[in-house]
Design a protein around this ligand. Sequence first.
Ligand SMILES: [Fe+2]
Length: 166
Amino acid sequence: MEPIMNELLQQHRDAEAMLARLAAGVIRVQRQGVHGEGVMNELSELRREIQGEVLRHFREEEQALFPVLGRHIDSSSGPIAMLMEEHAQFRQLQLEEALAALESRHQDGWEEKLCQAGDAIGRLMPAHIEKEESVLFPMAEQMLGEDECAEVRTLWSHANAAALTE
Ligand SMILES: [Fe+2]
């Protein structure tokens, strides 16, 4: 298997582990509130993980894999458009914003917002990952030649480097 695809698959496994921790975090917030022992530490850690890894994963797909694959399949409809739309939905849930607000002790309504966002992500993300792995990644494996894989890798490095200087 192409190393880029392997890397994306590994990131999905990491995301699943993160989802399990998020679900546990939501339950703790519901039971103990953010003042429960260690709850805030765990939420802060999750926030760093989401910002570092989940958003990087989205970036690598949206700014490297999808555009190059989009030369072979229409990206204004079909799987690429659908997956992009789902990424946008995850961002709209404002999980990070809720975590940041709780971290800076703005609690008005943010506990509830965090729980809703966490629940929604836990419901939607497994199907999203499944779609990528059963539909998009096999297409990429089949359609992208060596040069294009190298191009994905270059775009991916550029996207991550640009994000560092944001
Ligand atoms: Fe993905």
